[in-house]
Design a protein around this ligand. Structure first.
Ligand SMILES: C[S@@+](CC[C@H](N)C(=O)[O-])C[C@H]1O[C@@H](n2cnc3c(N)ncnc32)[C@H](O)[C@@H]1O
Length: 359
């Protein structure tokens, strides 16, 4: 695949027509009211339900159902029309797009509000889960995908080993180990879930390869620390799940050799519970909001949460620098009220990060 393009399906609100959410102001007022009342935006059951529907082969005309914030079903068309792409996108360099697979996508609360405010699609106004189609590119004539540079399994193993060596001698690593050693006894922990650490086999840019490798190396360090602290036996190993749609078969082989379990979206989110350590850095999905809705992990290592970065969806469109993994008011409240905060040293292989330990 040359590059990844996602296209959202068309949504159909499934309630009674006389209750259709037509008025933008009313929709925004409802969203704000339900959110401030503490109504959950996402549950594990809702994720499992969409996961099950998407695991079945979809035929033309099928719909995938999600439940909106108003409690009403929204049907997403199971197929997508490629004619909606512009000619330029569709026929670039003798390549055409085709649908690879359907995925669920989570829209954070601030995007729900902004979508209503600025784009006004009331059919999906209340639905934080939607259905996206991953499009691939292939040659118009031969229908074969273009050949993309990628490391071999051996080369990718080497990237990971070099990353582990660089990480293990870093000050950031020893500081993190000291921090974790002082807090690990506070909660029982049997699982690590890493989100969005990216592929180590496709980049071809040395700094980036090492950055992605180092984020995986961090997960291995946390696992061995946990196993040593808890005196793990082979029957009670610490599981380590990793989720990123960027992984290809080479990545999967290399990470599985390290005992990491590669999972598809949304399985990583379903795995997260009170006895988990989770890691995420600069994600392209709303990891912070999804986790906040679903669980209270024992330890969280992710981009530092700051009050000045809270995104409510009420910001002025022009002045707003939207994040793919925003800090919603609930994320901020969860971190401030339920977690103690510890320093993660500044390091170019990460964004500005912090370690959060449940109180
Ligand atoms: C900006 S990159 C950050 C990569 C790396 N963590 C870093 O700090 O450079 C965002 C990552 O989020 C990943 N991502 C996108 N959708 C995701 C999903 N549904 N679950 C997990 N990761 C996802 C992308 O594939 C990509 O690797």
């Amino acid at each position: 695949m040359n590059h990844r393009v996602y296209q959202e399906s068309i949504a159909h609100w499934g309630g009674y027509q006389d209750e259709f959410p037509r008025n933008r102001d009313e929709v925004l007022a409802n969203l704000t009211k339900w959110y401030s009342e503490g109504r959950p935006l996402l549950t594990k059951d809702a994720l499992r339900n969409v996961q099950e529907q998407l695991n079945k082969p979809l035929q033309e005309g099928d719909k995938v159902w999600t439940i909106g914030y108003d409690g009403v079903k929204v049907g997403w068309e199971g197929s997508v029309k490629l004619s909606q792409l512009s000619d330029e996108e569709e026929y670039m360099d003798g390549l055409e797009y085709y649908v690879v697979s359907a995925h669920m996508f989570y829209h954070p609360f601030c995007s729900l509000k902004r979508n209503v405010k600025y784009y006004g699609d009331t059919d999906s106004a209340y639905s934080s889960l939607s259905v996206m189609h991953l499009l691939g590119q292939r040659d118009i004539v031969t229908k074969l995908p273009p050949v993309c540079p990628s490391y071999t399994t051996e080369e990718s193993r080497d990237v990971l080993q070099r990353s582990i060596r660089a990480w293990e001698v870093s000050e950031t690593c020893s500081h993190l180990k000291n921090t974790l050693s002082s807090v690990l006894s506070r909660h029982p922990i049997d699982k690590i879930v890493g989100f969005s650490c990216s592929s180590i086999s496709r980049s071809g840019c040395e700094d980036r390869d090492l950055r992605y490798g180092i984020q995986h190396a961090l997960l291995l360090t946390v696992r061995s620390l946990l196993e040593r602290t808890t005196g793990c036996t082979t029957e009670h190993e610490v599981s380590c799940y990793i989720q990123d749609p960027a992984y290809n078969d080479v990545d999967k082989t290399v990470f599985q050799e390290q005992g990491m379990q590669v999972v598809d979206d949304p399985q990583g989110f379903l795995e997260v519970d009170e006895s988990s350590i989770i890691f995420s850095c600069a994600s392209n999905v709303a990891v912070k909001e999804m986790i906040t809705e679903l669980a209270r992990p024992a330890i969280i290592i992710w981009d530092k949460v700051e009050e000045s970065q809270i995104a409510t969806g009420d910001e002025d469109q022009d002045a707003f620098d939207s994040s793919t993994d925003p800090i919603s008011p609930r994320v901020f409240d969860m971190i401030s009220n339920c977690y103690d905060s510890y320093t993660f040293l500044p390091d170019l292989n990460f964004t500005e990060m912090a370690v959060y330990v449940r109180k």
